[in-house]
Design a protein around this ligand. Structure first.
Ligand SMILES: [Fe+2]
Ligand SMILES: [Fe+2]
Length: 178
């Protein structure tokens, strides 16, 4: 298995969540109200799975290793764009959490912010994923030997193995500090 395989498999699950978010979005627009629990669930998925688990592997392992390679100008530019998009995703998720909390506490004015946050996610993720699957991952593969690619795959598994523990350590820590 190539190192990019688990990343591409994760993309398929992220796409399924984005399809759910799209459906949720049209329902919110039709009914002029949102379900804060559903938004929480979607936001947790984006934060824990898409960002920490998936972007975590891309940034902390794949992009880190690519920094030690002499990338073509085009590949370098694309990697910078992808990193910026991860930052945008994080910012959007933070805003969504904040707007959802306000909405849950009775602030109806937070609804347009929820809508624009969800829309931003549905706009940028599919394009981001397509760029990685079709352009960046194949291009990145050329900078690694077979054994380097396999070493990266091993590191991906190790990263995943730790993820669930890190997630719940942070849950406990957050509650302890309240
Ligand atoms: Fe990415
Ligand atoms: Fe990705």
């Amino acid at each position: 298995m190539q190192a990019r395989a688990p990343l591409m498999i994760e993309h398929r699950l992220i796409e399924r969540m984005i399809a759910i978010v799209k459906r949720t979005l049209s329902q919110i627009e039709k009914e002029k109200k949102a379900d804060p629990v559903l938004i929480d669930t979607a936001v947790d998925f984006i934060r824990t799975y898409a960002d920490r688990t998936h972007h975590g592997k891309e940034e902390d392992i794949l992009f880190r290793d690519l920094r030690n390679r002499k990338l073509s100008e085009e590949d370098q530019r694309l990697m910078n764009d992808l990193i910026e998009e991860h930052v945008l995703g994080r910012k959007t998720t933070r805003n969504l959490i904040e707007a959802n909390t306000r909405y849950r506490n009775g602030d109806a004015a937070a609804l347009p912010e929820i809508i624009s946050g969800l829309r931003l996610l549905t706009d940028f993720y599919p394009k981001h994923i397509e760029k990685e699957d079709k352009v960046f991952f194949p291009a990145a593969r050329r900078y690694f030997s077979e054994s380097e690619d396999q070493a990266m795959l091993d590191e991906f598994w190790e990263f995943d193995r730790k993820m669930i523990h890190n997630k719940y350590i942070s849950v406990v820590e957050t509650l302890e500090n309240h």
